[in-house]
Design a protein around this ligand. Structure first.
Ligand code: GLU
Length: 409
């Protein structure tokens, strides 16, 4: 299973339905530019490690490239290509004037010390400095990259430029050019879309049962928001374990447990299950918030949830999409469900460039104003073409990218 093959199949499906202009389709069938580098990093013990790194600039029809940088041992070029393409679609879905890019480093950051991580982050900027910048390509956090890493990156870029250049990356800490609400924005945007979906499908607004795969920035924040709103989170998984409690997990306590032990494993009162059992639970909402290719043709039939909210990028394969559509599971696709992250990144960039900072209330109101209309447009497109919401989101985004491409050339 290759994420990029999946992405191209999603493109093809939508292109056919909407009869996409053949030149725009050709432009979108390859990245505009692939940047690659070998990053030498001095380890604390004096040895030198070399890490493979990428920055794929997929499409800039609607504006500068935008998208995170992933530090993960399983990064590969095709994954980064897929993720960068999805960023272009995502920005168009929520109507922010940016294109799609993505970066990655093949590394297990859990094995690096803070100093080593800092050196790696700074070397990344030195390697890709010629192709990034506030008007060109603006990276951000992704899997295992943090506000601290963004601060090192913004500082390195600013030092090299010889002037403050905060708009070069987003997802920075609040003390150094970050935006209020950015840390929770991926989950917050997903929460708004979920509320709209629950209403649209006529599900009861209280006591809905939820299972979440992933307990990092997206999954754990989402668990917290849902818990506060009265949802019952019966299962949660992280990269080392999955736990289940029919009575509902106490999420604030689980967060403390994770903080102390680094895992959800062994949480009191919960039973350990495996990830396939988590996917197959009798829940109303299933939230994949980890990596790609989790819901496949081998387990899609088992899913009993009414809504599958993709906080991860690319968690569902095209074959699984077909099975879920046939079984009337409403898949709220990644390019909409997790677009709150890049939306508040865009707000952060606007604040950096104007040097004028917004209140938490302003950020939240603006986020809501992007997410709800995006949901409505995609739902209506889905009804119009009788297709799943992923294809509907692609159709909506491709129309916008196509218009920009053709206006330019
Ligand atoms: N990594 C996030 C995503 O996949 C955020 C990207 C950004 O803020 O630019 O959408």
């Amino acid at each position: 299973m290759n994420a990029y093959d999946n992405a191209l199949r999603q493109l093809e499906t939508a292109a056919k339905i909407m009869d996409l202009n053949s030149e725009t389709l050709a432009r979108l069938s390859n990245p505009e530019k692939i940047n690659q580098a070998s990053l030498p990093v001095r380890m604390d013990d004096g040895s030198l490690n070399i890490y493979q790194a990428y920055r794929v600039q997929y499409n800039s029809a609607r504006g500068p490239y935008k998208g995170g940088i992933r530090f993960h041992p399983q990064v590969d070029l095709d994954e980064v290509k897929a993720l960068s393409f999805w960023m272009a679609i995502k920005c168009a879905v929520v109507g922010i004037p940016m294109g799609g890019g993505k970066g990655g480093v093949i590394v297990d950051p859990k094995k690096l010390s803070q100093n080593e991580l800092e050196r790696l982050s700074r070397v990344w900027i030195r390697a890709f400095r010629p192709v990034i910048g506030p008007e060109k390509d603006i990276p951000a956090p992704d899997v295992y990259t943090t506000p601290q890493i963004m601060a090192w990156m913004a500082d390195e870029f600013s030092q090299l430029e010889g002037k403050p250049s905060l708009g070069v990356v987003t997802g920075k800490p609040l003390e150094y050019g970050g935006s209020k609400g950015r840390g929770t924005s991926t989950a917050q945007g997903g929460f708004y879309v979920l509320e709209a979906a629950v209403k649209q499908l006529g599900l009861p607004e209280k006591d809905l049962k939820v299972a979440i795969q992933g307990f990092g920035n997206a999954g754990a924040v989402m668990a917290g928001l849902l818990f506060e709103a009265g949802y019952k989170i019966v299962a949660v998984a992280d990269s080392s374990s999955a736990i289940y409690d029919a009575a509902g997990l106490d999420i604030p306590e689980l967060m403390m447990h994770k903080e102390e032990t680094k895992s959800v494993k062994g949480f009191k009162g919960a039973k350990e299950i495996n990830i396939e059992e988590l996917f197959a639970l009798e829940v109303d909402v299933l939230v994949p918030a980890a990596l790609e290719n989790q819901i496949t043709k081998d387990n899609a039939e088992n899913i009993k949830a009414k809504i599958l909210l993709e906080l991860a990028n690319g968690p569902t394969t095209p074959e699984a999409d077909d099975i879920l559509f046939k079984n009337k599971v409403v898949v709220v696709p990644d390019v909409l469900a997790n677009a709150g992250g890049v939306t508040v990144s865009y707000f952060e960039w606007v604040q950096n460039l104007s040097n004028n900072y917004w209140s938490a209330e302003e950020v939240d109101a603006e986020l809501r104003e992007r997410m709800i209309p995006a949901w409505q447009a995609i739902w209506e497109t889905g009804q119009k073409y009788q297709v799943n919401l992923r294809t509907a989101a692609f159709v909506t985004a491709l129309e916008r990218i196509d218009k920009a491409s053709r206006a330019r050339n």
